[in-house]
Design a protein around this ligand. Structure first.
Ligand code: GSH
Length: 235
């Protein structure tokens, strides 16, 4: 049986199954990347709900795993060399799980780097820009009179959707016929932009053809449906 006693986070969120991957998360666009990946790969894992509304990522126990105070984070009790591996940053976690399972990341080196390139595109551009648009359109930023930040993030989000629209020409998935971690990284963000953030009209989502069809294909996957609701929010 794996021993997680060296990890302070395991004292606050105890493992019932210490031999399984421990997932500390919330079902946000960054969080669901990892739960979807775990569902797609079939790896055994144990989810722990972290309440970001109550600032639980800023507790000493959580910060001991991720000094950046953000979900998602994991501990794999069976990491490289059989030793426990703590990991944060959703992109790094996706890559790690893909390599661990040899799934959802092409093995051909050129296609592998092409996939990683799109994961970085999500991490560096789509996530931060859509997130800022959400802040200025839906959350506290709505109150700000100066509309230039909202305009900037709207324009940039619209442009990024255009990049995806072009990429998906003649392709079912970001990497063509292969559904990969690039799709997993992006699905939750595009869904959130037009769903929870209510910014579909703002970015003229209806003027796109391929992105909506890709989103529908992705959301139809049973593992995606399950992953979107993990960890379950307490009632
Ligand atoms: N680049 C990070 C971003 C993670 C992130 O922004 N997580 C948000 C939820 S989507 C969070 O934990 N927010 C809590 C807070 O900042 O208090 C990743 O992809 O893992």
């Amino acid at each position: 049986m794996a021993d997680l006693s060296a990890f302070p986070i395991a004292s606050r969120w105890p493992a019932q199954h210490p031999d399984r991957i421990q997932l500390y998360s919330t079902p946000t666009p960054n969080g669901v990347k990892v739960s979807i990946m775990l569902e797609e790969t079939g790896l055994p894992y144990e989810p722990h709900f972290i309440n970001i509304g109550q600032n639980e990522t800023w507790t000493p126990e959580f910060l001991s795993l991720n000094p950046n105070g953000k979900i998602p984070s994991i501990i794999d009790p069976d990491g490289p060399g059989g030793k426990p591996l703590p990991l944060f940053e959703s992109g790094a976690i996706l890559l790690y799980l893909a390599e661990k399972t040899s799934k959802l990341l092409p093995s051909d080196p050129a296609r592998r780097y092409e996939t990683i390139q799109w994961v970085f595109f999500q991490m560096a551009a789509v996530g931060p820009m859509f997130g800022q648009l959400g802040f200025f359109h839906k959350f506290a930023g709505r109150e700000i009179e100066d509309k230039r930040p909202l305009e900037r993030y709207r324009n940039e989000s619209k442009r990024l959707l255009g990049v995806l629209e072009t990429r998906l020409e003649g392709r079912n998935w970001i990497m063509g016929e292969d559904y990969t971690i690039a799709d997993i990284s992006l699905l939750g963000w595009v869904r959130n932009l037009i769903g929870f953030y209510g910014a579909g009209e703002l970015v003229e989502f209806d003027s796109l053809k391929r992105v909506p069809a890709w989103l529908e294909r992705g959301l139809a996957r049973p593992a995606v449906q399950r992953g979107l609701d993990i960890p379950k929010r307490p009632e």
